[in-house]
Design a protein around this ligand. Sequence first.
Ligand SMILES: C[S@@+](CC[C@H](N)C(=O)[O-])C[C@H]1O[C@@H](n2cnc3c(N)ncnc32)[C@H](O)[C@@H]1O
Length: 495
Amino acid sequence: LLFEKNRSEKSMMVGTTDELRERAAFIRAAIERNAEVSASTRTGKTSEFWQTVFQDRPNFPDLNEVMTFRRSGFGYGIGDDRLGDIEREKRVDAQRYHIFESMVPKEFVASLPEAIFGAPMLFEMHGLTRSVSFFINAYTTYRVLEMVRRHGKRGPLRIAEIGPGWGACVHQLHSAAEVDSYLMIDLPENLYLSTLYLSAALPQRKLQFVDVEGDSISHIETGSIAACLPGAVSRIDAKFDLVLNSFSLQEMALDSVKAYIEWVDNHLSDDGIFVSLNSHGKAGVRQPSDYGYDRFHLYEFGVFRTKPQGYFNTIPYEAVLGRRKGRSPDYPSTFLNALGCLMQLGLDEDLVPLSRGLITGNLTDQDAALLLIFDRVFSAGAPKDKAALLREAEALDRSAIAPFVAAQVALIGNDNAACRSKLEESITRGLSGFARLRADVLLAAMQKRGPKTLPVCDGFDATFAYPEVGSALATGNLSSIIDHIRRVIMAPKVR
Ligand SMILES: C[S@@+](CC[C@H](N)C(=O)[O-])C[C@H]1O[C@@H](n2cnc3c(N)ncnc32)[C@H](O)[C@@H]1O
């Protein structure tokens, strides 16, 4: 079903109120007609996680509300937080800019226009006027394009995105890449927002709605954005050069994740890539191997954001996958689990040799043994069993990883002296990235050195970016840090 734009020769104006009313009615009717059937499918289930978000926020804004949805509660859970007052908004935005500005080039963000539909909250930061949610999404777009450049197809892309939120990456990818067609799959409440946003932001694209029931669809029309509820994916028989999922499989029930992974496996073109930016431990996926990435060829498996949005946030892994090839190695669950769990502690650069070994199938015997031990560290129940396993790891590992993990286990076992000496050892061995910041924070907090003593590395001021760090350093109270490490390091069944 196609929403034909009703723009006469006389009116060249883009985005009239009549258009908005017609479009909203079109999308609303399409969603209402399909929602019940979609919700009864494996992909269409609203997870408990999302049920809570939808109960907690208003949905299906009317025409007045939708024009400002990006600064009200409607966008909660998909990008724009509800901070309440403008001063607080400005402060939190500045903190987030500070985190992301070191990851994404400012010129790249400046090259992407942001639509004013939805009335985003805007503060000029370093000469750039973009909402912070747009800025954060620009990093996703930047990495996705880098992955396409490294592993994907040249030329126009047929893209499918599962869970596009308010549609930021859809919009940005249209600005920064050659897009043949774009399929977006989302739950009713969010699909309503993204389709309205995109029909205002990308008026030159045809907006289509794919019903859940009907014949199979072998092709998404060139130049169009096709929107559908999750139940419609079984109708789609087209191939895609890029499938994107950022932070949404991690919020679904496990059965929905499995259904989507099967779908992606069946719908990637021969040289297509699937970029999955997700973590575990939030909803149905309890451990990295639950995603079933081993059915694909794995091009990349590393940390997605070298600095997470919040100090205690889960850390998504950047998994870039393609169709399995004759030369694709096996990717044992134990290795994927060990790496994904190590990432949650803040380790990134230090893991690169292990990740490389995994994805190329060239892990040394010693590194394979090490990963097996780390996997057992994360699945062992008692801290004393973890500590015993870590002694085995330390006997094998000359890198910073084993002492850094041992320090975390010592901390949750209340052995601050051992924690301190293991952290110092890991630093001597060249601990880097976010893990290094975490080690510095922990050492400074244990010694009650105060917030001013934390070094500003490469212009990054962690006490400004992460208020949690400032308060742990000011008080010397480690309880939130210990709670976080306990959550990360305990086995899923014990957690
Ligand atoms: C945290 S938001 C992420 C939005 C966006 N991808 C981003 O990177 O900011 C998760 C998205 O996944 C969507 N989602 C949740 N369950 C889904 C399901 N079963 N099928 C499709 N999308 C789903 C949500 O509606 C939401 O749009």
